[in-house]
Design a protein around this ligand. Sequence first.
Ligand code: ADP
Length: 490
Amino acid sequence: MTSVETKVREVQHFINGNYEASSDQQTFEVKNPATQEVIAVVSEATEQDVEKVCQAAREAFENGPWRTMTVAERCAKIRRMAEIILERKEEIARLEAADVGKPYSHAVAGEVPRAAQNLKFFADFMEQQGGETYPMEDAYINYTRYEAVGVAGLITPWNAPFMLTTWKLGPCLAAGNTAVIKPAEMTPLSVSLLGEIAKEAGIPDGVVNIIHGKGSVVGTAITKNTDVDLISFTGSTATGKAIMRNGADTLKKFAFELGGKAANIIFEDADLEKAIPVSIQAAFLNSGQVCLAGSRILVQRSILDTFIEKYKAAAEALVVGDPQAAETKMGPLVSEEHFKKVKSYLEIAKEEGATLITGGSTPELAPHLKDGYYLQPTVYLHEDPKARICQEEIFGPVVTIIPFDTEEEALQIANDTQYGLNGVVWTENLKRAHRISHGVRAGTIWVNCWFVRDLRAPFGGFKKSGIGREGGHHSLEFFSEAKNICIALN
Ligand code: ADP
């Protein structure tokens, strides 16, 4: 398959074990962002369809075999899903490249295997879980059980659709819940396959459901639905706030992973041989459409000139092109609307007096990509950490280098943000690495590395970057209700 898709796919909802169209037959189109070619026609759900899918998930939870089957049996089926994903990984990665515009090489070697790992990890992890006992001398004994909550709404974004959906689905299913998945309307293709994958793996009908449509309609209807007990959401901070408001009347349980504007702090003793290539990744992976992007690069002034020279050369060497081509390191932005938003920051940077180091326009492209939403890797230098380009989440291949003099100043700039998802520190000084790691107010700190994930570790944000934590027991606790049973012994 090349970037020139010949077949327009038809994508439908997956409700109670079957793919089906919307009740009013409405559809919307999905385009390949590298070419603007229509690659899919997708069913667009009505509120009535949302009602139906939530009822199906409720019925499967209350009266189906899923939550009462043995943990071993349940987890074997989830592991089978993981195996099928690996068997189909090229196909899924091709879809993700066509739909999101992310390089196939990254999808096939990174995100799709990680998606399988998300499911396998939580299946294995669930089998290791126990509970607590609290004896009260010889008079009573308490013991705890962790039980499924009910129906989970899993609302996921467009930047890593398959990986992020399975990251929620793994613990959701392992804990015995049923799911209503709502993928982002811009990128529904890979996630849509989870229906048939679940069915083939022997997951009972109604346990995994998928519904497509606009966030404002379908996402809102799921959030307000009385059959849905909890919402796990990854996306923008603004949408997180809307979900919280809309879920208040039905008192939903929430886990939110929201925006970020991470500081990537480069001290003068950093090993630049490592810091430069990883900081390039941290800025331009997935065209910078990564909530964990290190988009504020804080550089100690004593090495500023050297850093800029090397970083500029590395940014200019990035191969931007067809997401399906093996050599491509950066593809387009996801959509016209998002492309316009990211480009508006180039104007803002100009107005704010930032110095353009490199980028800022359309890269040279093969003729078949001339309509794609492409932007060069773009790097600014700006002295003012309060500038909009240093404060707002651009979510594109646009980063700003901000100079600092002292460690205290670096920390102050790093924390001068409404976000707190992650931070990155480059130094060879062990004590400084600890000091900065403790001082940055964010949920994950990477020292001399970036994007390294242990699925047992907590993941989530301080401040406006989220509520709650995912990963390991944190995920299982979110998807479980703790129950205490107290027994009189006399
Ligand atoms: P972005 O702003 O980066 O496009 P969003 O946070 O809007 O990201 O989207 C992430 C997910 O949230 C998508 O699946 C989208 O459809 C969904 N969504 C958008 N608005 C709402 C809403 N009001 N309620 C629930 N889900 C929503």
